[in-house]
Design a protein around this ligand. Structure first.
Ligand SMILES: [Zn+2]
Length: 195
């Protein structure tokens, strides 16, 4: 995983990759965000990137391979992650608005406590993904394969999981309003705690 270098200001947060400080303690966080975006765009493989508490708007990150990255508490608006592969990457408590994860290959990701609005995960492979406690509104997972993923305690409103192959995926304690599983294979999905 990413090397844990802590913020030199002593706040206990992790420092941004290539900096001694965390985003909230950076003198020019906008410049840091531009620097991180350029780092992501210039490499196909993005490894051990540490970029929590940052803002990303209208960025094209499509086709990248992310491995062991940390974007906890970051904000993404109109960002394109389509055709990406991602492993061991953390988005806990991050905000996503109008973003695309279309045709992705995702494995061991955490969106715990994240807020996802108008996010598209269509035509993707979602393996070991944690959406625990996330708010998922107006999102689509259509035509995706899900394996061993967890929506435990998630708040799901207007979510489309049409034509999905759902294996060992856990929806217990989730709130679901206007959630469609039409033509999906839900035989192995878990909705209730078995006594
Ligand atoms: Zn700090």
């Amino acid at each position: 995983m990413f090397s844990p270098i802590y913020c030199a200001a002593g706040c206990g947060r992790l420092a941004i990759t290539g900096s001694k400080l965390c985003a909230p303690h950076s003198a020019d966080v906008k410049a840091e965000e531009i620097r991180i975006c350029n780092l992501i765009k210039q490499e196909t493989d993005v490894r051990d990137m540490n970029a929590p508490y940052m803002r990303f708007e209208n960025e094209d990150f499509s086709g990248r391979r992310f491995y062991a990255c940390n974007f906890k508490n970051s904000f993404f608006s109109a960002c394109d992650f389509s055709n990406c592969s991602m492993q061991l990457t953390l988005f806990n408590f991050a905000d996503f608005y109008n973003c695309s994860f279309k045709q992705t290959n995702l494995e061991f990701l955490s969106f715990a406590g994240a807020r996802l609005q108008q996010v598209c995960f269509e035509n993707s492979d979602l393996v070991n993904i944690n959406y625990g406690g996330a708010s998922i509104v107006n999102c689509s997972f259509n035509n995706s394969g899900m394996y061993n993923s967890r929506f435990i305690n998630a708040d799901m409103v207007c979510v489309s999981l049409v034509n999905c192959d759902i294996k060992r995926t856990n929806f217990i304690m989730s709130q679901r309003k206007n959630v469609s599983f039409k033509t999906s294979n839900t035989g192995e999905a878990i909705f209730e705690i078995l006594e």
